[in-house]
Structure formats: C-alpha cells, structure tokens
Design a protein around this ligand. Structure first.
Ligand code: M6R
Length: 364
C-alpha cells in the first residue's frame, strides 16, 4: 500500500535509505570492517574479465559497476544491453564471469543473454530483486537485493539496492585480486555504511526539488550531463524523466557535449548537471560553462563546495550532502528520481503506470 504517499514511485523513493541499509546488512560485516558475499563455488581471484549484461535502469547500475570494478579491482569489464549481447557474437573466454542485473529476474532479453552465456561456458552471477525469479534459479551465484516489491514502473529503490550490491561485489573482487588492503577495505565498508544517511539527507531536499519542477515541466527537451560514475547517472536521470513525464531527455558524458549535442542548446533546453565536488568536478564545470555561454539554463546538482564554486549563474541548484565518490551514485540517484517524479506530477501524467510501458518486459 502507498501509505501517506501519493504514488508508489514516491513511496519507493522514500524507502531507499531503509532498503539500501537492509541490503548492505547482508554484504557488510561492520564489526570486522569487511565486505562479504554469499558462499560461492568458484574463486573470485581467478576472474580475468567480467561481462555485465542488463536492460534499462539495471543496465545503468551495471555501467556504474564497470567504473567500480575497473577502478578498484583492475578487472576489465565488458558491458552490453541484453538485447544486443547475443547478436554481436561476443567473445567469451571459457571460465569467464558473466553478471546479470535485473529487478524482476524475468526480463526476456536478459534471461536469454544469461542462457547464451551459460552455453558459452561462463560462470553466472545475478543481482536480482525477486529471489524466486528465473534468473535467481539459473544462477551459480545469487546476489539478492533486498528492496522489497517494487510496484512503480519506474525503477527507483531496486536501482540503488543494485548499486549497493555491486559496490560490495567490487570490493570483494578487489580484495580477491590483491588490490585492496585491510585499511582500504575498512574505508570502503565505512563509506558504504554511510550511504543510507546520505540518501536521507538527499530526501530532505525534496521541497527544493519540487520547486524546480515547474521550470522543467514546459520543456520539450532536457539534457543530463555527468562524468565518470555520474555519467550513467545522467543516463538514468534522462530515462526516468522520459518514461514518466514524456519529455524527451538525453544523458551525455559531459565531455561529449561539444561533439554534437551542444548544437541543441538554447534557453528552452534545460541542462541538468550532476557534479559532486571531487577530481572530475572542474572538467564537468567547464562543460557546464560552455552550455551557459550559449544561453543554456543549468540545474546544478552538487554539494555546498561545488555550488559555491560554480552555482552562481545557474537557473537552480540542488544542494547535496558532501559524499565520498564511491557512494555518490547512490546519493545522487535520489534528486534525479525526485526531479523526474515532480515534473511528471506537475504534468499530470500517470506516474506509476506510464503509457506503453510494463513493469516486467517478458518479450524479446
Ligand atoms: O526487471 P529488470 O531490471 O530486468 O527491468 C529492466 C528494465 O525493463 C527496467 O529497468 C526499465 O528500464 C524501467 N522501467 C526503468 O525505470
């Protein structure tokens, strides 16, 4: 039931600190400062390459994971949308690890990709929210998210729980590969444990975000920009907005703007910039200034330091807590979801049951 909330999507956005904490409980051993995975009958240390396959929002969680696995574990990652995976005849070395990410565990393309990878001799790991699903049953290693049932067609809490599991998996892989010592592991455990509080702080911005929605609702097109792990968050922000508000939205790597999309910029195209302060901040801000120089109206999502440095010429800013780069995608998912939600409400669309969409896509 929706409780005090107007829509399931809103309820599920608000549940995130609790369900992410619940999910992390099974992947972190707080007292020992360690990450932990369920028992598995293969050795993570032997993994030379990971192939990640998923659709939609789950694909974007997989894309964030690619950054993490490569950065922390130095393991190369291939990433595919499931509907492309089989048909490009991917080269899969025997004994490779293939990782599938799905809320439902039933998405037809992802399930077909899983069976293809199995036939090609891959070890199969799945991150799924429905523990009784086909993917859960067919996996060698089941990594459950504990988001509880997700009713809104737009995925929210399943996404952040996927990120939590994938971050824990990245840390396990890094340890197995000898890329992370006990102090680094302790730091990662401490940062992940902070994620629910950071998400709560982001939820506290709800009213400010609601106030921005009327500025976005009249737009025909919206662009989202981010760099590094915030690039998939830009893609996710654009997907959320288009699926529930029907506004055309695109996510871009901030540095790609000047290779084409900047031609679209005028004062009728809001540009949402996702830029936590950190090593990539200055570069993203310079892309943001290129947009502003062409009359583009920017909504900057950053922390106090980022907003102080770059927020003055923006149409609006959304101030986030200052977070470690590892948990930034978890925290920044919240304003991105809330913005899409409030724009859809302002437009009067059917938030929980958007047109033409089904919760679980069981045809290829
Ligand atoms: O159940 P799955 O995670 O496999 O579903 C994948 C996509 O269909 C899903 O994420 C879709 O993109 C959502 N409607 C996005 O909000």
């Amino acid at each position: 039931e929706k409780g005090n909330h107007r829509h399931f999507m809103q309820k599920e956005i608000y549940e995130q600190p609790v369900v992410v904490a619940q999910t992390l409980r099974s992947y972190l051993r707080r007292l020992e400062n360690k990450v932990a995975l369920p028992d598995m009958d293969f050795d993570l240390a032997g993994v030379k390459r990971v192939t990640i396959v998923a659709c939609g929002t789950s694909f974007y969680a997989g894309m964030v994971a690619k950054y993490w696995f490569e950065q922390f574990a130095r393991v190369p990652v291939d990433l595919d949308v499931a509907s492309e995976f089989r048909y490009r005849q991917p080269v899969l070395e025997p004994g490779g690890l293939a990782l599938f990410v799905s809320q439902s565990g039933e998405t037809a393309d992802t399930l077909a990709a899983l069976r293809h990878a199995r036939a090609e001799g891959q070890t199969i790991a799945v991150v799924v929210n429905v523990p009784t699903s086909s993917m859960a049953r067919e996996a060698d290693l089941l990594l459950p998210t504990h988001a509880g049932p997700e009713i809104g067609v737009a995925s929210t809490k399943a996404f952040t729980c996927q990120l939590a599991v994938l971050a824990a998996f990245a840390a396990n892989l890094a340890r197995a590969k000898g890329r992370m010592d006990a102090d680094e592991e302790k730091e990662i455990v401490a940062q992940l444990a902070e994620a629910p509080a950071a998400m709560n702080a982001a939820l506290a911005r709800d009213e400010a975000i609601e106030a921005i929605a009327p500025l976005i609702a009249p737009a025909r097109d919206v662009l989202y920009l981010g760099r590094g792990p915030d690039y998939p968050m830009a893609l996710e922000g654009a997907l959320k907005l288009k699926e529930i508000s029907y506004i055309h939205a695109e996510g871009y790597a901030a540095g790609e703007m000047k290779h084409g999309p900047i031609a679209l910029i005028d004062d009728a195209v809001p540009v949402i910039v996702i830029a936590p302060s950190g090593p990539l901040f200055d570069k993203t801000v310079s892309n943001m200034q290129e947009v502003q120089a062409r009359g583009g109206k920017v909504v900057l999502i950053s922390d106090a330091e980022g907003i102080a440095a770059a927020g003055d010429k923006c149409l609006a800013t959304i101030e986030m807590p200052c977070v470690h780069p590892l948990i930034a995608p978890l925290a920044y998912a919240v304003p991105v979801q809330l913005l899409a939600y409030h724009v859809a409400v302002a437009k009067g669309t059917d938030v929980d049951q958007p047109r033409n969409l089904a919760k679980s896509v069981t045809v290829e």
